[in-house]
Design a binder for this molecule. Sequence first.
Ligand code: CA
Length: 310
Amino acid sequence: MRPLIIAHRGASGYLPEHTLAAKRLAHDMGADYLEQDVVASGDDELVVLHDIFLDRVTDVALRFPGRERRDGRFYVRDFDLAELRALHVWERMHADGSPVYPHRYPAKSGDFHVSTLREELACIQRLNEQTGRRVGVYPEIKRPAWHKAEGVDIAPRLLEQLAEFGYAERDDPVFLQCFDDAELRRLKQELECPFRLVQLIGENSWLEAETDFDALRTVAGIKELARTVDAIGPHLLQLYQLSETGAVATGLVTEAHEAGLLVHPYTFRADEIPAGFESFAQLVRYFVVELGVDGLFTDFPDQVLRLSFP
Ligand code: CA
């Protein structure tokens, strides 16, 4: 059976991540869900960007020299929406300005801009109306504890904006994701979020949240998670190990399924194939057919859709 295809930051293998152009392309390609990473501007607007920083995906250092913090990074939170709109969004770069994915959209070029969450939701709604499809949304609350310390609470604003666009029921095409387990519990219990929730699972070394990801990945941790969320979003390397005979399941998919959770691993990239696999098709087939994942985050929705699954 075909997995659910979540366009990771849009069709980001082809156009700069999180631009409306990348979202339109993913919609056109036939993705089931489009992902939005949500961060807050200085004037509390929700914008769609992967990081709390601007320097790896925009020309901020050229446009606003001297506006970096002491760590040398330019923070979305230090710019109001009008300033963010003045930036060009570029293909993702390393700190030295070289492209992270050299065969993608040409570095430091193109006329792409930051969009607000509202603009993106409106774009998806319009495309859905025009095409008769119902492509879903898959927003991620980025760094909720950090944002609260900065004086802005993303979760209630996000729920309000989803409601504005008519998303209201559990069966509506929305998955809401977060790395922070405390924020997901709050969404469920306190904010009475009607949508399906996804616990993203990272590594503790990433310092993405206070969450203890090692504890979440135990059998007891997974069972406990099932009280709050509907799915887990693990890193793909957390689902298999390499042995002499090839890839072997770690058991996380089975444990999650036994607890009633869906499994949507990230990130499947045709230009970044992990050890043990020779092609993108082989990688995707292993995860879908052998491991039985229910969906996957990919930068290349078209290449997953082109595959056939038994
Ligand atoms: Ca994300």
